[in-house]
Design a protein around this ligand. Structure first.
Ligand code: 16G
Length: 247
């Protein structure tokens, strides 16, 4: 088997670009060109450093950069791996936390906003509720380990949760505890380009491709419970659905 250094573009000690940036770029290229496949393990930092004749600090900084970009993931005790794209089943009513755990990743959120309010006219239409209905709004950046995957804005009917603080790490867990987890949903998916503000939150670049997925979730009795908009980084997700021929 070829060693990793044979798959990487050689580093140029005389270039004005710092070595760690060169290494970060050539590792990124190797991942893009599938010379390093999803779930492949990187050699330990010490081995990589001696193979490439650079310092461990150079290797660490290059890897740190790629972890921040969401291309590599560090797993405690087992090493550094190439991130696999998340395959999300488009026809399963699962939560972000469940999706990530099912793939061995750790879900985490950074809160942007958590507020009480009343439905906007637009939400009133989608949530099929009358103007003035109390709602809770949850705005979060959703992470898998250290990689930002999506920005998510959820509006939930206040009557479905005991309080605004009931949502700690998982909205669906909180809804389930209250007996109000959605059992059916409508989903709409649209391609979009990230604005500068969205790109900054997701550590992407302005104009990068993303996916907007809107989900309108319903209770057993047919009433809407949740309207969520999720902006996914286009380079981390594949949406998959199983289709059957009409009968
Ligand atoms: C998913 C759902 C979103 C839901 C969230 C709950 C899609 C497209 N959207 O992101 O509607 O609010 O999961 O996740 O799948 P949580 O329980 O981890 O907070």
């Amino acid at each position: 088997m070829n060693s990793l250094s044979q798959k990487l573009r050689p580093l140029d000690g005389s270039s004005s670009q710092p070595l760690y940036q060169q290494l970060q770029r050539s590792l990124r290229d190797a991942i893009d060109r599938r010379l390093l496949a999803p779930d492949d393990a990187l050699p330990p930092e010490r081995d990589l450093a001696s193979e490439l004749s650079v310092s461990r600090i150079t290797v660490r900084k290059a890897i740190d950069g790629l972890v921040t970009e969401g291309l590599l993931v560090r797993r405690q005790g087992s090493g550094t791996f190439v991130c696999a794209r998340v395959e999300k089943n488009f026809s399963k009513l699962t939560s972000f936390s469940e999706d990530m755990r099912a793939r061995g990743r750790t879900p985490r959120s950074v809160w942007l906003r958590r507020a009480e309010g009343t439905v906007t006219p637009e939400e009133a239409l989608s949530l099929r509720s009358s103007p003035g209905t109390p709602v809770y709004r949850f705005h979060r950046i959703r992470f898998a380990d250290d990689a930002p995957m999506a920005i998510e804005y959820s509006t939930v009917l206040a009557s479905c949760l005991p309080s605004l603080e009931a949502v700690e790490s998982s909205l669906y867990e909180a809804l389930e505890k209250s007996g109000n987890r959605p059992v059916r949903a409508l989903q709409r998916l649209r391609a979009m380009l990230f604005s500068a503000e969205q790109a900054e939150l997701l550590r992407a670049n302005e104009g990068d491709a993303g996916l907007l997925v809107e989900r309108l979730g319903f209770l057993k009795d047919g009433n809407a419970v949740e309207f969520s908009q999720s902006w996914y980084r286009g380079d981390t997700y594949d949406f998959v659905a199983e289709l059957s021929a009409p009968t």
